[in-house]
Design a protein around this ligand. Sequence first.
Ligand code: ARG
Length: 581
Amino acid sequence: MSILGKIEQDLTNKVRDAAIPLEKVHLLTSNRKDLGDYQLNDAFGLAKVMHKNPKEIAEALKKVFDESGYFQDVSIAGAGFLNVTLKDEVLISSLNTYYQDEKKDVDLLPKGKIIIDYGGANVGKTLHVGHLRPADIGEALKRLSIALGKEVIGDVHFGDIGRQSGMILYELKRRYPNLNYFSGKKEETWDEVPITAEDLEEIYPLANSKAKEDEAIMEEVRELTKKVEEKEPGLYELWEKVKEISIEDIKKIYKKLNTTFDLWEGESDCYPYMEPMIERLKREGYLTLSEGAMVIDVKKETDKAPMPSLVVVKQNGATLYATRELATLVSRVERFSPDEIWYVVDNRQELYFEQVFRASYKTKIVKEDTKLSFLGFGTMNGTDGKPFKTRDGNVATLKGLLKDAKEEVKMRMKQDFKEEEKEEIAEKVSIAAIKYADLLPNRTTDFIFDVEKFVDVEGKTGPYLLYSSIRMKSILNKAKEQNIAYQTYHMISSREEKEMILLLLKKNEILQKAYETKDLSGISDYLYQLTSLFSRFYEKNYILSETNKKRQESWLILTKSVYDTNRYLFDILGIEVPEKM
Ligand code: ARG
């Protein structure tokens, strides 16, 4: 349990012993620091329950708090607001506990298994900038949930089926008509596939634009797509090879983003579950006919906006995205029995997921107590406020975006690092810049991608946080070199120090809130608050030349605690810290 949580728990017991029916004492960080560290407004709620006036209840609470031994000051303001200030000795011992292991200062959540579906990359096509946010947000939510005690399975859920297979095979057939893949025979040895991941970046968009302009080509694409789905010898093997090349490349980019999945499965992995599922839905009467298609009616009486039925089998008998979605759910439930499934997907798919969720509960693909959540995210726009494009106006590839950011960082690197070292640092700094900027705004709002702003070492940026953390580390290293030992925090010497301790103790609350809202912005903001507070403290005090040994020791404990906290939170956000920069 967290340090503050324990104090709150103890206070709650004491309040109850005094026959005050308060559910839980919650120490709210005060926005009037001059009045107290925390405030409590509970007297007003209790007044209604207890039929007394708030002032009287506040008095009773004050008495309990005064006697608890935690507070240096408890005062009543206005009609019954309580302001409380912790004793320095409580803060000091709290920090000493915190310092032992900052990771332990969290309240663990009840156990549970969550599947997070957050990659959404489409095989055969290169990742584009739209794939950045689900990777960053999904990965951080996964790490956060694990830190809070949940069991998590991350699934990339590749889009590995559909039109892109036909598009790519069309273009390959045109370029390499003699490949034995196109012979229609089941060969013993297939040809080497003559393309690389770089070629794919160009092949899909090219084929796509050709097919859009020419209906005959589009028809051929449809044919090829269908044949791949039917596993026609040659075409199916070729598509499998293309998938391999593409997936290898996609994995590399995810790795750069410190994003990794437990399941690298795709939409097509649900096929074994699909037919039996459709059969069952038919048998149990969930499918109705609508204009030749088989659909699930998902309307509810309470709907205020139109809620279209979910199409499961098209008029021509083909299945579609939603069919695979449902069958994937069947597979997930059967194999993993999750308590929750989260979908980190672009806001624009919200209605679709509402249909899917309703259909899943209605048809009992998932049980009522399995929680399905749609965690939508906003669009990444360019500095012109329109969906992000490259400088030459194309839909930007994620690779290109990462490369540009790295160049931007390199340009600003002052020191003369060795070439190799420079590459490595620029890589980490640019990824941190992008990830931090991505996780700073609210998940659901659109945000403006402004690389020049993001890579700046000044301001609310990833590089600023990295730079400051490296500085903390360097103080700690120097202390070590000078054999300055530190074990105990002894004294609070300044306002900044006290605020830093209060802020460290608030970390648990920040993490809990991020989990509740599935929004990382609070953590990103907290990192900045903590770091800038440290910077202010650091500017005023000379840690390594401090002559009062107890004070110096205290400062080093504080520095280490802030540093470790930063590292811990960076890790949750999926950000790596370079040794130097
Ligand atoms: N591949 C999809 C796309 O690019 C996103 C997949 C999201 N996840 C899901 N279970 N549908 O739009």
